[in-house]
Design a protein around this ligand. Structure first.
Ligand code: PEP
Ligand code: MN
Length: 337
């Protein structure tokens, strides 16, 4: 941690800052310049609240030099994490495709779409059974019936299942039907839920919160890792900015940034990131080029009548065409899809 004192900080104020730091257990390196004094505070305290120093008289700024996340960091584990989920690898050279409808709507719908998913070579079926909707009047998902249908369709076509778990009381039920838990954007900082998922042995994908910084997102992963679940992946799904033309703003730079800071796989979701069908393919291509370890994409055979997120769903043919393009990009960067 680096502490910058104000230009006019008095000797007494500087001494007071030093005393506080020493009391907190830091080793001090003081550099007295002509204009101002800078203090380097050394000590492995990843969770130290820098505000304790920031509020002291005479302090101008405090900078943290070590990250607050530990188990998610590259310094803890240099090589990329690769998860083997029933022989499907995530984080390896092959880009993992998680494809399906926003919501499971009927047996016919999920079977038709699972067939498209399998035909494309993708190995993971996505679909919501418990839906986090902005309006309580919107379709809330089929619940347990949706889970059963998705499992049945996935088994029929040899696919894995990823689905969202919204609350602690759903963990046991969803554990039975899904291969990967999904923590939705709205629950990225539901620490009680993260803690409980961390105690299970099922892989989990954490979507980035609507206003989540990359550091906060990695701290959410840390909740799972520190509770014993090492199979954590992250999903960039767009963040809220001032731009209204797209539903969210796809932060493509989050992909290489997470790879720089962490060993965990990063999935990209261009569907929720843009909210518009015609924007999904360009952003999916960008995500693969940026090094995403997987893609989550929503598809629907009748988007006009979809019960949720129809405007962002690709038609099966559009999706199959996109997969061809993505394969070329993957090849160009030495990956497969
Ligand atoms: C979803 O994937 O169905 C979903 C609700 O996404 P998000 O949490 O990113 O909004
Ligand atoms: Mn959706």
């Amino acid at each position: 941690m680096v502490i910058l004192l104000e230009n006019n900080a008095t000797e007494q104020q500087i001494e007071n800052v030093v005393k506080h730091l020493e009391d907190y257990g830091f080793q001090i390196h003081k550099s007295t310049g002509v204009q101002r004094t800078i203090i380097g505070a050394i000590g492995v305290k990843p969770n130290f609240d820098t505000r304790k120093i920031k509020i002291l008289d005479g302090v101008s700024d405090v900078y943290r030099v070590t990250a607050p996340y530990k188990l998610a960091s590259k310094s803890f584990k240099e090589e990329k994490s690769i998860f083997d989920i029933k022989a499907v690898k995530i984080g390896d050279n092959e880009i993992a495709m998680m494809i399906g409808p926003c919501s499971v709507e009927s047996e016919d719908q999920i079977f038709r779409l699972a067939e498209v998913v399998a035909k494309s070579g993708a190995k993971i079926l996505r679909g919501g059974a418990f839906k986090p909707r902005s309006s309580p009047y919107s379709f809330q998902g089929m619940g347990v019936e949706g889970l059963k249908l998705m499992r049945k369709a996935a088994d029929e076509f040899g696919l894995l299942v990823i689905t969202e778990v919204m609350q602690i009381s759903q963990i046991e039920l969803i554990y039975e039907y899904a291969d990967i838990f999904q923590i939705g954007a709205r629950n990225m900082q539901n620490f009680a839920l993260l803690t409980e998922i961390g105690k299970t042995d099922k892989p989990c994908m954490i979507k980035r919160g609507l206003s989540g910084t990359i550091e906060e997102w990695l701290m959410s992963a840390e909740y799972l890792l520190s509770n014993g679940n090492s199979m954590v992946m992250l999903c960039e799904r767009g963040i809220r900015t001032f731009e209204p033309y797209t539903r969210n703003t796809f932060d493509v730079s989050a992909i290489p940034m997470v790879h720089k800071k962490s060993h965990l796989p990063v999935i990209a979701d261009p569907s929720h990131a843009t909210g518009l069908r015609d924007q999904v393919a360009p952003m999916a291509r960008a995500a693969v080029a940026a090094g995403a370890d997987g893609l989550m994409i929503e598809i629907h055979h009748d988007p006009e009548n979809a019960l949720s997120d129809g405007p962002q769903a690709l038609l099966p043919d559009q999706y199959l065409q996109l997969v061809e393009e993505l394969r070329m990009i993957a090849t160009a960067i030495g990956r497969t899809l």
